[in-house]
Write a new protein. Structure first.
Length: 227
């Protein structure tokens, strides 16, 4: 068990180091040597977990969507809002998420498949929109798959603009404004009036998601100890 935990810590340290280097350098100019130096691990340890720079980049891309999820809400539109706001909070506070977004938006990352985060985000929001539609929360003209792509695409543009202008310092404000412009075109007025779009909600949702993740981890550890 101790060896397994050490391997998990090593993998995490390598991913965090890769995230820092990718965020600072971009994919093309980042090197394995710099990632090794930042992580403080041997080449053998790195290649035990990751076969190449591309493999490392895919690990960082995947890590941005892991660990924290928004719990079920009675209103699926509020659930979508909270999903967007949680990602916004993590983008401001989590270097792994920032690096993943940097890689996703890096048009100079030739040969790197950057489609994964876009596809997974769009699919998750499509599912939430379909549930909202079934509950009567959406306006009649809404096509969930199309709207999901619009939400993901506009968010990508807004976060990119915020990164260029203020290094994400104004991201919460920009995302809140985006939602206030976008949601009236897809959501029933009665639902719209009940939504919490406050700028402080991101930290609240983050703490809630963190408590759930910690509870699930403790439960999993207890089950493992009984085996």
């Amino acid at each position: 068990m101790a060896e397994q935990e050490r391997a998990i810590r090593t993998r995490r340290a390598i991913l965090l180091a890769a995230a820092k280097v990718f965020e600072a350098r971009g994919y093309q100019t980042a090197t394995i040597a710099e990632i090794l130096s930042t992580a403080g691990v041997t080449k053998g340890a790195l290649y035990f977990h990751f076969q190449s720079k591309d493999d490392l980049a895919q690990g960082v891309l995947a890590a941005q969507a892991q660990h924290l999820v928004v719990p079920d809400r009675a209103s699926k539109i509020q659930e979508i809002v909270d999903t967007v706001i949680l990602h916004t909070h993590r983008l401001q506070t989590d270097p792994m998420v920032r690096a993943g977004v940097r890689l996703t938006m890096d048009q100079l990352a030739h040969g790197l498949d950057r489609s994964g985060p876009f596809r997974s985000w769009a699919e998750a929001i499509r599912v939430q929109l379909e549930k909202a539609q079934a509950q009567g929360e959406l306006l009649p003209h809404v096509v969930p798959a199309e709207t999901a792509d619009v939400i993901v695409g506009t968010y990508a543009g807004i976060q990119s603009m915020s990164q260029a202008i203020s290094d994400y310092q104004d991201l919460v404000v920009r995302v809140t404004v985006l939602l206030r412009h976008l949601l009236p075109s897809i959501v029933m007025p009665s639902v719209l009036a009940s939504l919490d779009l406050s700028e402080a909600r991101g930290a609240t949702v983050y703490e809630e998601a963190l408590r759930i993740a910690e509870s699930e981890a403790a439960e999993a550890e207890a089950i493992s100890a009984l085996r």
